[in-house]
Every structure is written in C-alpha cells, then in structure tokens.
Design a protein. Structure first.
Length: 94
C-alpha cells in the first residue's frame, strides 16, 4: 500500500469526526499514541515486550499522524517526496 492510499483510507473513514475535533484535539490523540508506543518500546527493552502490541502501536502512531496531516490538509506522500527524495534529500543528521 502506498502512503497516499493509506491517507485516503484514513480520510474516507474518519475525516468528518477528525475535522470536527480539529488540530488541537487530534494532536492530543496523536501524542497519547506516541506515549503508548513509548511504553511498548520500554517493555521490549526490558525483555517483557509483546511484539503484536508493538506493531499495533506503530500502526496507531502512523494512523494518527496521517489523521493530523488530513486535518491540516497536508499530502504526506508529497511531503515525504519533497523532503527526502527530490533534490537529493535533506542534509545533515536526523
């Protein structure tokens, strides 16, 4: 699946609710999912991780990032292409 396809899927399923929530509320949900991913990564580092849960948390973070992009009307595939592919990509360290 291309990133644009995923962004459209998220838009088609959730945009009415997401748009009503707005950027601040959506960012809070996104931040909560980052916290859940951090917790899953912590469990993994301690040796008591659940790989299924870890994958789910990565998927949730991507979904909420995509939701935030939709609310802000940002085409993620275009943004990635412009930042990382066109013109040789970014310089320096990440």
């Amino acid at each position: 699946m291309r990133l644009a396809d995923f962004q459209k899927l998220i838009h088609d399923r959730y945009h009415a609710t997401d748009a009503a929530r707005g950027v601040p509320g959506t960012f809070l949900w996104f931040s909560e999912e980052i916290g859940e991913l951090a917790e899953a990564l912590g469990h993994r580092e301690r040796g008591d991780g659940d790989e299924t849960n870890l994958r789910e948390e990565f998927a949730d973070v991507l979904a909420w990032l995509t939701t935030l992009a939709n609310v802000c009307e940002v085409d993620l595939e275009q943004a990635v292409r412009e930042k990382y592919l066109d013109g040789g990509g970014p310089t320096g360290t990440k």
